[in-house]
Design a binder for this molecule. Structure first.
Ligand code: NAP
Ligand code: LUD
Length: 280
């Protein structure tokens, strides 16, 4: 089977167009959605992502307040900024781009963001609500994966989903979201004994590992849907996913490319969550 491309770039543009309309409606009601974007330090990839997030806000009419802080910002200073943003009436969502410099405790920072402004969905109140299936902000990357499936007309109900990776920002929340949509979910990680055998069971296979092309065509069931979350910079600044695209595309029914797959969806879903925060 030759896979169809699950075009994240195109679908993200559709989501942004929807968000743009929602923003216009909110503005007509006197609500002006605002996102605070915080970046500490000089990580080149983070800079690109954060700039793209600002640009996306601008495109859909969301007010964005960028805070670029130097690498040597102390945890106390960062917490003071978050406390200010928590109180700021113009700001409905707060995004602190990860990773943070080593001298700052990410957990403390995430916990400091007011739950109703936690548009990344990383905070404990939000995660708790996700686990019990209550109203919450879906973390943007897993949310983007779910929207990709939906737009491809794929209903997870009853399907075997295998998520490779159990991070708090991708694998774990995505497994919960697939479970909530009635998939039978397996989560794999670095101690999984036979990764290939687990992957071959998957009707829906998601790779969120951070290892270039670790998932190869021989690990994919004929006709599976393959979502590649991985973003790995290899030689000559080339970007590859966690999936070996060519061999996987020969087996899959649908596959996301890297770049142009999950990445743009992450940004689009952040806008969606920000509008939702403003509406609430
Ligand atoms: P992470 O926190 O490093 O987690 C990686 C996960 O992969 C861990 O659960 C780890 O297992 C597991 N793992 C590592 N080696 C493995 C192996 N050989 N076999 C099976 N599992 C293995 O990474 P992350 O933040 O989830 O990100 C994963 C990838 O997605 C990265 O490339 C990242 O850049 C990318 N990403 C992309 C987006 C996007 O918007 N497209 C968003 C976020 C992340 P243990 O738990 O046992 O250590
Ligand atoms: N921290 C994220 N850290 C890293 N790729 C992103 C991401 C866009 N607090 C917080 O934004 O949601 C987050 N919240 N994350 N990520 C990764 C993760 C965070 C990654 C890739 C992209 C956001 C993206 O647009 C493009 C693509 O895949 O097509 C490629 C862009 C490039 O590097 O050329």
């Amino acid at each position: 089977m030759a896979a169809q491309i699950l075009d994240g770039k195109k679908i993200a543009a559709e989501v942004r167009a929807e968000v743009k309309e929602e923003v216009a409606q909110l503005k007509a009601q006197g609500i002006n959605p605002g996102l605070a974007v915080v970046l500490v330090g000089e990580d080149p990839a983070s800079k690109v992502y954060v700039r793209n997030k600002e640009r996306a806000c601008e495109e859909v009419g969301i007010y964005s307040a960028a805070h670029y802080l130097p690498e040597n910002t102390s945890q106390t200073e960062l917490l003071a900024l978050i406390a200010e943003l928590n109180q700021d009436k113009r700001i409905h969502g707060i995004l602190v781009q990860l990773p943070l410099p080593k001298h700052i405790d990410e957990k403390v920072v995430i916990n400091a963001i007011a739950g109703e402004k936690d548009v990344d969905g990383f905070g404990p109140a939000n995660v708790g609500n996700l686990v019990i299936g209550d109203k919450c902000f879906y973390p943007c990357t897993p949310y983007g994966c779910m929207v990709l499936l939906e737009k491809a007309g794929i209903d997870p109900r009853g399907k075997r989903a295998v998520v490779v990776g159990r991070s708090n920002i991708v694998g774990k929340p995505l497994a919960l979201m697939l479970l909530a949509r009635h998939a039978t979910v397996t989560v794999c990680h670095s101690r999984t004994r036979d990764l290939a055998a687990e992957c071959r069971q998957a009707d829906i296979l998601v790779a969120a590992v951070g290892k270039p092309e670790i998932i190869t065509g021989d690990m994919i069931k004929e006709g599976a849907i393959v979502i590649d979350v991985g973003i790995n910079r290899v030689a000559d600044k080339k970007l590859v996913g966690d999936v070996h695209f060519e061999s996987a595309a020969a087996k899959a029914s649908w596959i996301t490319p890297v770049p142009g797959g999950v990445g743009p969806m992450t940004i689009a879903m952040l806008l969606k969550n920000t509008v939702e925060a403003a509406r609430r």
